[in-house]
Design a protein around this ligand. Structure first.
Ligand SMILES: [Ca+2]
Length: 248
């Protein structure tokens, strides 16, 4: 898997991806049930993940979801175009998008459009929240430390169906370290919104880690959305799953 290569090439943590979703009947609730959530991203990523099906924890493979359009609110100017938005989704951790407004980039957005009729259902979001081109580029540019994810529906106007705020964990020095981080999204859909209720995912930068940076530019090397696919590889009981998690 590409994501495994990313981890190996950059000696990122291979911390087991711990994720679960509560699978129950989809409740087709109205937009009035919109509510924000807060959560913290988890370091590392794997090509397989456990999902809770209401009785068992099932291990599934993860499949990348391809947006058909990407819009960014600004781009850092460069003679060689090396901070273009395409770098967000080229599966190359050495290339990055950079925001291009005065200041630290808080408030800048990335919008990914998906085909609504394809039943987009992202269970996992991954992000490399800095410029991973090299050690110096990571620490000389701002790293994203907090961002918002909005699920938007387009009818006669654009409506926010669901949103959540994600924090990237910092080390003891308050720094966001070079890594790939992932966020569990699957439980959003079983709790609040139907699979087909949105077609755009918007990321907004809320806060950056700018400790000892050289440039006041915020960069992101990769963003990815993934869903589980295929048959479960294996299943664990609740007790077996938690024993496994505790041993890691
Ligand atoms: Ca890239």
């Amino acid at each position: 898997m590409i994501i495994t290569k990313i981890i190996n090439r950059n000696s990122c943590s291979t911390t087991v991806f711990k994720s679960f979703i509560s699978v129950c009947l989809f409740s087709f609730l109205s937009f009035s049930f919109l509510r924000a959530q807060e959560r913290t991203a988890i370091e590392g990523f794997k090509a397989k993940a456990y999902f809770f099906n209401g009785g068992l924890y099932e291990l599934y493979r993860i499949k990348h979801l391809e947006p058909y359009k990407v819009d960014v609110s600004s781009t850092l100017k460069s003679d060689t175009g090396k901070y273009e938005k395409r770098n967000l989704f080229d599966f190359n951790v050495l290339t990055a998008w950079g925001e291009g407004v005065p200041g630290n980039g808080v408030g800048e957005t990335i919008r990914l459009s998906f085909k609504r009729d394809r039943g987009v259902h992202p269970d996992v979001m991954s992000i490399i929240p800095g410029n991973l081109n090299s050690g110096p580029t990571w620490y000389s540019n701002n790293r994203v430390s907090k961002f918002k994810i909005r699920f938007l529906a387009v009818t006669d106007e654009v409506k926010t169906v669901k949103e959540l705020t994600v924090s990237i964990p910092k080390n003891s020095k308050g720094l966001i370290t070079p890594n790939i981080y992932n966020i569990n999204l699957g439980d959003l859909f079983v709790q609040n919104i139907a699979i087909d209720d949105f077609e755009i995912i918007e990321i907004e930068i809320l806060e950056v880690d700018a400790i000892n940076t050289k440039y006041n530019d915020t960069c992101i090397s990769e963003i990815g959305f993934y869903s589980r696919f295929g048959e479960p590889i294996k299943s664990l009981t609740d007790a077996q799953y938690h024993k496994m998690v505790e041993q890691k």
